[in-house]
Design a protein around this ligand. Structure first.
Ligand code: SAH
Ligand code: SF4
Ligand code: F3S
Length: 444
């Protein structure tokens, strides 16, 4: 069995990695660590001991990048304290800013350049920073076994594809991650098997648009089926589904397999068809609502979560009201909600002025957040009396005599402990709820 845990051997040079952004970045950090461990490095969680300090970065909104600039200043303090410390910025911000970052750090590497990290580290010298930001049409890191960085050893990410071919007008991802490409299906199944053998109980298949997965005639529904077959006790999740692409085949495949979790993250972005058109999402309000109806007609208990952007270019009060009314109609279980942040180089930045005043954006975002709070509570109240199979994550934060874990729908459950460990399954019944948690009793 391959070692998928970090090496902490003190005789090796030490790498410290901070990860920002989405789940794909979390998994990319695991790929980077795997490549660096093979090249003789070990992991440290203590920045004060690091020989190499890496930040795996995100460019999705301006505030994500501002945070990194702040961190770079702090990394430089380490460099002053200890000669020879190398600072690397990798990931989406490295890809977007390229040379501009070279003034501040020693290594700049984009999402398709991780295999060259050992050479970049070798070549770096005081007056000679190193950069590799080439994007690839083929790279999927299919043969690399990520070194797992999660703490409890029960749930892991598997990237099934990279890049994105949807040019949503507001989004920087296609520029930072390049063209979409799908990974060899057999390596995905092998990785799921390897995780199962290492005691993992849940895998999440990751892609910017999982429904467009396509590898040698295997589509996403086929892939789901293959991963679900690894073991009936291995839970399978996935993210993200694009409303324009989620197929009936995927929905029916989920319904056929008890171990494919009943949860779909289906980012709507806006409830206004006018905004959706400008966002180039390639669906409208009616299409989205039809997909939700379809999912619920096949799997009435399926959790549906979403992403919403407030204050996109030209958004009128009516467009905003359309978003609120859609949220009320669908009753999402939860949502990630953002104020629109213009990203340089995107279609929207060239075509549509970022013309919604900060105050209006913030006021709309706050309305959206407040409404979602009420909807989360409403959605949770519907669960009272239902029985759920929960995968234990660990003790509840508030009470050590209780455990917490997620139901298939991805809702957080809290319930009395009988000494179970992370990774055990428990059967519970929902007794009462808050907007964030289902409070349950044991029935097993
Ligand atoms: N591939 C996924 C989204 C990945 S980005 C999809 O298509 O659904 C995650 C979320 O960030 C998006 O769903 C969107 O809500 C938000 N986002 C992306 N670009 C943004 C921007 N410029 N400003 C604000 N939010 C943005
Ligand atoms: Fe961005 Fe759209 Fe691709 Fe999602 S589908 S990553 S929002 S371009
Ligand atoms: Fe951010 Fe890149 Fe993910 S921009 S959201 S880290 S794909």
């Amino acid at each position: 069995m391959r070692n998928i845990k970090p090496i902490t051997d003190p005789s090796r040079p030490k790498v410290y990695i901070e990860t920002y952004g989405c789940q794909m970045n979390v998994n990319d950090s695991e790929v980077i660590l795997s490549i660096l461990q093979d090249a003789g490095y070990a992991l440290t969680e203590n920045i004060e001991q690091a020989d190499v300090i890496l930040a795996n970065t995100c460019s999705i909104r301006d505030n994500a990048e501002q945070r990194i600039w702040g961190r770079i200043d702090q990394f430089k303090i380490q460099k002053k304290k200890r000669k020879g410390v190398i600072i690397g910025i990798v990931g989406c911000m490295a890809e977007r800013l390229k040379d501009e970052l070279l003034k501040a750090v020693d290594i700049v590497a984009g999402p398709d350049s991780y295999r060259s990290m050992p050479e970049l580290l070798k070549a770096v010298a005081p007056e000679s920073p190193q950069i590799d930001v080439l994007l690839s049409h083929e790279e999927t890191y299919a043969d690399i076994s990520p070194v797992r960085l999660d703490k409890n050893g029960i749930s892991a990410f598997i990237s099934i594809m990279r890049g994105c071919n949807n040019v949503c007008s507001y989004c920087i991802v296609p520029y930072t991650r390049g063209r979409e490409r799908s990974r060899d299906a057999h390596t995905i199944v092998r990785e799921a098997q390897e995780l199962w053998e290492n005691g993992y109980k849940e895998v999440t298949l990751l892609g910017q648009n999982v429904d467009s997965y396509q590898w040698e005639g295997i589509d996403f529904a086929d892939l789901l089926e293959m991963v679900a077959a690894v073991n009936p006790e291995l839970r399978v999740r996935f993210s993200t589904s694009h409303p324009k692409d989620i197929s009936d085949k995927v929905i029916y495949t989920m319904a056929r397999h008890a171990n494919i979790c009943r949860h779909i993250h289906l980012p709507v972005q806006s409830g206004s068809s006018v905004m959706l058109e400008k966002m180039r999402r390639k669906y409208d309000r009616e299409w989205y609502l039809e997909r939700v109806d379809k999912i619920r007609s096949v799997m009435p208990d399926c959790g549906i979560t979403t992403d919403v952007i407030a204050g996109f270019s030209g958004e009128t009060e009516q467009d905003h009201q359309d978003t609120l009314s859609l949220m009320e109609k669908v009753v999402f279980d939860s949502a990630f909600m953002f104020a629109y942040s213009e990203r340089p180089g995107t279609l929207a930045s060239k075509k549509y002025p970022d013309d919604i005043p900060y105050e209006t954006k913030t006021a709309r975002l706050n309305e959206i957040i407040a409404l979602q709070g009420r909807m989360s509570l409403k959605s949770n109240e519907k669960e009272i009396g239902k029985v759920m199979k929960v995968l234990v994550e660990g003790p509840s934060k508030k009470n050590p005599d209780e455990l917490c874990g997620r139901a298939g729908s991805n809702k957080m459950c809290v319930f009395p402990s009988r000494g179970e460990k992370p990774g055990d399954y428990c059967e519970v019944e929902v007794v009462s709820v808050t907007s964030a948690t289902l409070l349950c009793r044991r029935i097993d």
